[in-house]
Design a binder for this molecule. Structure first.
Ligand code: NAD
Ligand code: UFG
Length: 332
């Protein structure tokens, strides 16, 4: 298929570009580089052996979206573009609503007008709010605790209404758990600007000696070692989940939500110790207060992804840390 990847220069988008291309799809990457860098295109070229088609632009620009969809005769869109920092969304809710909700509506209007009615959307396990039971399946009640989460839930609902309005639409909402790791080549990965918000990039920078110590947010949770438990998933597994979702959308219309996680939870200390093994030296850490809004444990029931998409995560936590470290060593 000819597939447009909005946010294709970002962390998950760039890995999905590789997986899609290696599975025979023609990909067009679209990004405004608010949270990525044009150099990713050079690195994708090294991995793929050819330079992927790229269009610079903003999903909020209807005319440009329509032009790109028509010019490349796009058949499906994988929609990654958006802002993703929970804390920042609390400070700047309007920017998040504009980028993530208005942006998606603009994209959907252009898709409708170009008669492209297949979308795979980057949703998040954040739509489950505070877990009422574990593991989280797709029927778990939905709720949100911050503006970022609200944008994911709203877009899911918008897609549901759109599918109800026209039986030709296919919308697959992939609810990601915690994507980490990097491509095996060490050429692409996650390298956030400034101080990382998420655990893995923070651990990677401490391991590289760029930051002093990991701050572990609380060790008094009701978990085996008292630190928070999450379902970490290798970004290449996640990328392959999109390839399976694209195939599914070719034969299925209507709306569906599907978890992409491994089904296994690891604690913050498990992560630090696995990373120590990967980098070959100890990683200093200190226990600090809990972070507001964090839950004790959060992990997926990935059964639906297996049943509907035939997809299952295959990488281990050690792989995730090893590949993250490979990439980290290449970062300036
Ligand atoms: P990322 O920031 O690395 O990638 C997003 C890309 O979208 C960036 O390259 C950015 O420049 C681009 N972008 C942002 N706004 C845009 C706009 N208006 N027009 C065009 N491009 C725009 O993030 P990621 O980790 O790759 O996440 C991709 C998607 O997955 C996001 O929608 C995110 O909310 C979602 N998600 C991520 C995680 C995670 O932990 N990484 C978890 C759940 C869901
Ligand atoms: N943590 C630390 N120290 C840090 C950073 C995180 O101890 O410096 C802990 C957190 O308390 C949590 C775990 O590590 O227990 C994972 O935290 P992350 O910030 O890496 O990830 P979250 O699970 O909080 O959030 C991620 C995405 C969100 C998304 C959510 C959905 O970042 O965008 O998963 O489940 F909404």
């Amino acid at each position: 298929m000819r597939i447009l990847l909005t946010g294709g220069a970002g962390f998950i988008g760039s890995h999905t570009a590789v997986a899609m291309a290696q599975n025979g799809h023609e990909v067009v990457l679209f990004d405004n580089f608010t949270n990525s860098d044009p150099s990713v295109l050079d690195r994708l070229e090294k991995i793929l052996g050819f330079r992927p088609i790229f269009e610079e632009g903003d999903i909020r620009n209807y005319a440009q979206m329509l032009d790109v969809l028509k010019r490349y005769q796009i058949e499906a869109v994988v929609h990654f573009a958006g802002l993703k920092a929970v804390g920042e969304s609390v400070e700047k809710p309007l920017e998040y609503f504009d980028n993530n909700i208005t942006g998606t509506i603009t994209l959907l209007r252009a898709m409708k007008d170009a008669n492209v009615k297949r979308i795979i959307f980057s949703s998040s396990a954040t739509v489950y709010g505070t877990p009422q039971y574990l593991p989280l399946d797709e029927n778990h009640p939905l709720s949100v605790t911050n503006p970022y989460g609200r944008t994911k839930l709203h877009v899911e609902e918008i897609l549901k209404d759109l599918c109800a309005s026209d039986p030709q639409w296919s919308a697959v909402c992939l609810r990601y758990f915690n994507p980490i790791g990097a491509h095996e080549s060490g050429l692409i990965g996650e390298n956030p600007r400034g101080i990382p918000n998420n655990l893995l990039p923070y651990v990677a920078r401490v391991a590289a000696g760029k930051m002093k110590a990991v701050r572990v947010f609380g060790n008094d949770y009701d978990t085996p070692d008292g630190t928070g438990v999450r379902d970490y998933i290798h970004v290449v597994d996640l990328a392959e989940g999109h390839v399976c979702a694209a195939a599914y959308s070719q034969t299925h219309t209507g709306w569906i939500a599907i978890n992409l996680g491994t089904g296994t939870g690891y604690s913050v200390l498990d992560i630090i110790h696995a990373y120590e093994k990967a980098c070959g030296h100890s990683i200093p850490y200190e226990i600090v207060a809990r972070r507001a809004g964090d839950v004790a444990s959060n992990y997926a029931n990935p059964q639906r992804a297996f049943e509907l998409l035939g997809w299952k995560a295959r990488y281990t936590l050690d792989d995730m840390c090893k590949h993250s470290w490979n990439f980290q060593k290449n970062c300036e």
